[in-house]
Design a protein around this ligand. Sequence first.
Ligand SMILES: C[S@@+](CC[C@H](N)C(=O)[O-])C[C@H]1O[C@@H](n2cnc3c(N)ncnc32)[C@H](O)[C@@H]1O
Length: 374
Amino acid sequence: MSRPFLDFYTKLDVIPTHQDISDLQNHFNRRHGLYIQLGVPPLFIRNCSVLEFGPGTGQNAIVTASSGPSEYVLVDGNSKSIETTTETLRPFFDKVPIQIIKDDILTYTSDKKFDLVLCEGLIPVQLDPSGFLKHVASFANKGGVVVITCMDSVSVLSEALRRYLCYYECSPATEVKERIAKLTVFLKPHFEKLPGMSRRHEDWVIDNIIHPWAGSLLSVSEAIQTLAGEFVVLGSNPHFMSDWRWYKNIVGEEVASVSRAENSYWRNLHSFLDFRAVFGERDVEVNKKFFAYADKIYQKIMEQDKQNVLYPMAELAADLTELKALLNEPSSRTSLALEEVIQALTTYQGTWPDFPEFGALWGRGQQYISFMKL
Ligand SMILES: C[S@@+](CC[C@H](N)C(=O)[O-])C[C@H]1O[C@@H](n2cnc3c(N)ncnc32)[C@H](O)[C@@H]1O
C-alpha cells in the first residue's frame, strides 16, 4: 500500500505546507505562543538537543533554530522537503549544528536520544498511527519532551464534509491538476471566512481533499493511551486540560497518571467541532456517543472517496441530523452551519448552493499535545 504523504507528495512533486510568513514577527509570536501552551518555552530549547520529524518546508524550524539548540537533527523522506528545509535553515548553519537527513521516519534509527522530539502534522492518517507514535517517542531522553499533533473524526468533520461536497463538485476521476484548480475556486469563499489562514489555498486542497488519507486518524485519547506508563501529558493546544489536584497529593503512581488528561479530552470533545465554539464540559458518555456519530460519518465519507462506495445524500443528511441533535446547541452557529448542509443535501439538483454559514465552520483540525518521558 502506498505510504501516506511520502508517496503522494512525491508523485505530485509537491510539498504543500507553505505558510505565509511574510510577517516574520507574527510567525514567531504564533509559534512561541504554541510552545508556551505545550510547556516548551524558548529557553527550554536553548542548548537542548532537538530531533524533528517531517519538517515539510522548514518554516517552523526557523523558530526552533532561533532558540539556539545544542544540536538540531531533521528527518524527512521527501526530496523537495530536504531541499527547501536546507535552504530555509541555511542562515543558521554557522550558529547551530544542523543535520538534515533524507529517510523514511519508520526506518530511521539513531543511537542518540534527544531532549525534544517534534513530529507535527504527520502522525494521523499514517497506516499505523500508534506504531508510528511509539517509534517517534522512542527517541526521547528521560525527562525529554515529545510534541505531536492529533486529529479525530469530530475535529475534522468540517473537512470531511468538504470532501463530500468536492466529490460531487468535481469527480475524483478528473485529471489531478484540473481538479486542484477547480476545487480551489469552489472552496475560496470558505477560505475567506477562516481568519488567520496562513496556508496557500491550493496547498490546503492538496493536503485535505486530494490526499487520500490512506491510514487512520489518531485522537488525543489514543495518543495518551499509546504512551501511557512511559510518558505523562505536559500540555496541549487547544488548552482543554484541567487538573485541580493539590500538588502534594500528586505522589507515587499519581505522578504517572494520565487519566485526568484523557478525561478532559472526552469532556470537551464536542468543542472540537467548531474552532469558534467553547460549549462547556459535559458528560463523557454523551461525548462518546457524539464521537461514534462523527466517526460513522467520517468513515463513510472516506469510504466513498477511497473505494467509491456511495454514501447517499439522504443517509448523510439523516446522520448529520442525529449528530446535530446530540450536540444539543440548537441556537449555535455550529448547528446553523450543519443545518445548511442538511438542507443542501436534501434539495441537491446537480449544483451546490452558497454556504454562508457552513463556509465559516472550521473544526479544530489538529490538536497539539506534548508528553514528558518518565
Ligand atoms: C503535512 S507535512 C507537515 C510539515 C510540517 N511539520 C508542518 O507541520 O507544517 C508532512 C511532512 O512529513 C513528511 N513525512 C510524512 N511521512 C513520512 C515518513 N514516513 N517518512 C519521512 N517523512 C515523512 C512529508 O514528506 C512532509 O514533509
